[in-house]
Design a binder for this molecule. Structure first.
Ligand SMILES: CC(C)(COP(=O)(O)OP(=O)(O)OC[C@H]1O[C@@H](n2cnc3c(N)ncnc32)[C@H](O)[C@@H]1OP(=O)(O)O)[C@@H](O)C(=O)NCCC(=O)NCCS
Length: 133
């Protein structure tokens, strides 16, 4: 299948934003100046994204999603693999928040993320993948 994982181009911003809204219909999506986005392009359409940023000596994954009808075929894994290579190359740990019941936790565990904090009241994990993993 023709899937490429690459940086978002300026002229693809609105297409990508629509995908983010489909994946997270109940979230207030906010992209700040300086944030970075890697996308999965399948036959010329954006079908996945990972949205991240650097804050001093750490990185944060702010959003990660794949179009509903193409989940389960490895696109999410490809996106996470690609973004982790970047964090490793700059030697920074990466943090993210995820619901403790989310199946995405399988991907994060596979890539070496570990629990930094569990907010049991909200059902949210703060995960970290350390730079020297
Ligand atoms: C999480 C997500 C990005 C994974 O993308 P994907 O392309 O389906 O990922 P992969 O095909 O590489 O599958 C990896 C894991 O995702 C889970 N998964 C697979 N198919 C899935 C599906 N149809 N629906 C939900 N999760 C699925 C599985 O747990 C799989 O782990 P496993 O291989 O150990 O079983 C995608 O399911 C998604 O967009 N979910 C909604 C948004 C979300 O929850 N994002 C993460 C917020 S922190």
């Amino acid at each position: 299948m023709a899937i490429s994982i690459r940086l978002l181009k300026d002229n693809e911003y609105s297409e990508m934003l629509k995908l983010m809204c489909r994946v997270f219909p109940n979230s207030n999506i906010k992209i700040d100046h300086g944030d970075r986005i890697i996308i999965a392009d399948m036959y010329g359409q954006i079908v996945g994204f990972v949205h991240y940023a650097y804050y001093g000596d750490k990185a944060v994954i702010k959003g990660f999603g794949v179009e509903g009808n193409v989940r389960g075929i490895g696109i999410g894994t490809g996106l996470i693999e690609s973004v982790i290579k970047k964090f490793v190359s700059v030697g920074k740990p990466v943090y993210l928040k995820v619901k403790d019941t989310n199946p995405a936790n399988n991907i994060y565990a596979r890539f070496g993320f570990v629990l930094a904090r569990h907010n049991e009241a909200k059902g949210v994990y703060l995960l970290v993948r350390r730079a020297n993993n």
